[in-house]
Design a binder for this molecule. Structure first.
Ligand SMILES: Cc1cc2nc3c(=O)[nH]c(=O)nc-3n(C[C@H](O)[C@H](O)[C@H](O)COP(=O)(O)OP(=O)(O)OC[C@H]3O[C@@H](n4cnc5c(N)ncnc54)[C@H](O)[C@@H]3O)c2cc1C
Length: 453
């Protein structure tokens, strides 16, 4: 059988995971990337934001030192912080390139587009290269949305991309948008010492999350000194020297040193020559795909943010893996399809927030009968030992069969702990399966067993 030639456009989590898995399964893979192998996820999104949040967390630990019987001082060294972020990125980049090339993936640095359905053209420093393809994956990601009323200057009016590595910690950051990215940036700058004002367009941060979860985060923000401006929808942002003014639709004006836009993203679907491959985008610019991430053209897949499902690095990588298996004929069992309703997600604030599966509010709105059990971390020995018993574990299960349907965790290490609930939800485990599992004492995970009881 002839070798399948796969050309991938974009080397973020979707593209690079698909490349390694497809190559390991025997495909001849070419991966075209215009910026950095690792994609926006490594360059601007997941990695730098979490690296800065980790530094903020260490600072918070120092402020808690007296309660742990210690004295300590911490001063931020911006140059060292910037070095740390780029060292992590360089390390991950080198690891990824080694993995890809060791699997035989050919890396092409250039801008790719379709010439026809079976030919990708890569515009590289050495000229134009034509890449014949039996299968194509479009995994070109997304970029921050910039509303018409704003001019991003990259100095004081910023998107998340211009926010790091930060040349300075903003004196007063005004964060526009209180979804996941907005609250993470609020926490990030707040924990690094900025005064922060957060514009919340509705009446709660994280409008699509469980109100109980949002309430814990709002309380933590208020304790951190964050100013929450509820019902505040920005309509203009202007800069006057070192001052930035954000005007809201209701006439409120907030002055600060920097404004950071966190108002969603738009897919990178332009300039790809999609029309040459008879592909169309939907009204939002996303490339429609089916449950196998196949587009309307039989040999072209799309995955990650550009395909408009769940904009998460973890989901993009899993889509990439599933595509590789599908194109190599290994994806013929229905239960192996990716189930987006079972994707865990986390918000890296303090306390952390993580959830998976069915949400309590969704069950109530559809009239579905559920059993909800909840325990606070104040009852957990490890949380008390660590000096931070904020938050809770909530497990949602089917009252008749005991199957775990979902869960929410607010508190320390919630993003790690949700993994246990995610394994239960993905595999249809019952609450007894969690209760009967021996867990280490003292650990935060003991609260999971308690919440399942
Ligand atoms: C601030 C922020 C923090 C985030 N934190 C997290 C997190 O903690 N956890 C999580 O799971 N998700 C997180 N996300 C979401 C996550 O970053 C995205 O879902 C993920 O990066 C999507 O991966 P992707 O494979 O679609 O593409 P991307 O990572 O966006 O990469 C796409 C690549 O395609 C390249 N490309 C585009 N067009 C072309 C072309 N024509 N030719 C060649 N190359 C091209 C781009 O240069 C880019 O490198 C965060 C997002 C933001 C904005």
């Amino acid at each position: 059988m002839p070798t399948t030639r796969l050309v991938i456009i974009g080397a973020g989590p979707a593209g690079n995971t698909c490349a390694t898995v497809a190559a390991s399964l025997g495909a001849e893979v070419t991966l075209v990337e215009r910026e950095v192998i690792g994609g926006a996820a490594h360059l601007w999104d997941c990695i730098p934001s979490k690296a800065l949040i980790a530094t903020g967390a260490e600072l918070a630990e120092l402020t808690r030192a007296p309660t742990m019987g210690l004295t300590a001082q911490g001063a931020l060294d911006i140059a060292a912080l910037r070095r740390r972020v780029s060292d992590i990125q360089a390390h991950l980049h080198a690891q990824l390139c080694t993995l890809l090339t060791s699997q035989g993936v050919r890396l092409v640095h250039g801008v790719a587009r379709f010439k026809d359905p079976h030919t990708i053209v890569a515009d590289t420093a050495d000229g134009i290269e034509e890449l014949p393809a039996d299968v194509v994956l479009i995994s070109t990601g997304s970029r921050p949305r910039i509303p018409d009323f704003v001019t991003v200057d990259g100095e004081r009016v910023l998107t998340t991309r211009e926010s790091y590595p930060p040349p300075e910690i903003p004196e007063h950051a005004i964060i526009v948008g209180s979804g996941v990215t907005g609250v993470e940036f609020t926490h990030m700058f707040g924990s690094l010492g900025s005064k922060v004002s957060l514009l919340v367009s509705r009446q709660q941060v994280l409008p699509i999350k469980d109100p109980e979860v949002a309430a814990v985060l709002e309380a933590a923000f208020l304790e951190q000194g964050v100013k929450l401006l509820k019902g505040a929808r920005a309509s203009a942002i202007t800069r006057n020297g070192d001052t930035v003014c954000v005007t809201c639709e209701d006439g409120r004006v907030i002055e600060g040193s920097h404004a950071v836009l966190a108002v969603g993203s738009v897919p990178n679907s332009e300039g790809l020559g999609l029309e040459e491959a008879s592909l169309e985008v939907d009204s939002g610019g996303y490339i429609p795909v089916n449950h196998n991430c196949l587009t309307t053209v039989g040999h072209i897949y799309a995955a990650g943010d550009v395909a408009g499902r769940l904009p998460l690095s973890s989901v993009a990588a899993m889509q990439g893996r599933k595509i590789a298996e599908h194109m190599m004929g290994m994806h013929n069992r229905p239960h192996r399809h990716l189930d987006y309703d079972k994707a865990p997600s986390a918000i890296f604030t303090e306390p952390e927030i993580a959830d998976v599966g069915l949400a309590e509010a969704d069950a109530f709105s559809t009239g579905r009968k559920i059993r909800v059990t909840k325990v606070p971390f104040t009852a957990n020995a490890k949380a008390l030992i660590k000096g931070d018993p904020r938050g809770f574990v909530k497990i949602i299960s089917d009252p008749a069969r005991g199957v775990v349907l979902g869960g929410s965790i607010v508190g320390r290490n919630a993003a790690e702990l949700i993994g246990i609930v995610a394994v239960a939800v993905t595999n249809g485990l019952k609450v007894e399966d969690i209760i009967d599992s021996l867990l280490v004492h003292p650990t935060l995970s003991e609260s999971l067993a308690e919440a399942a009881s």
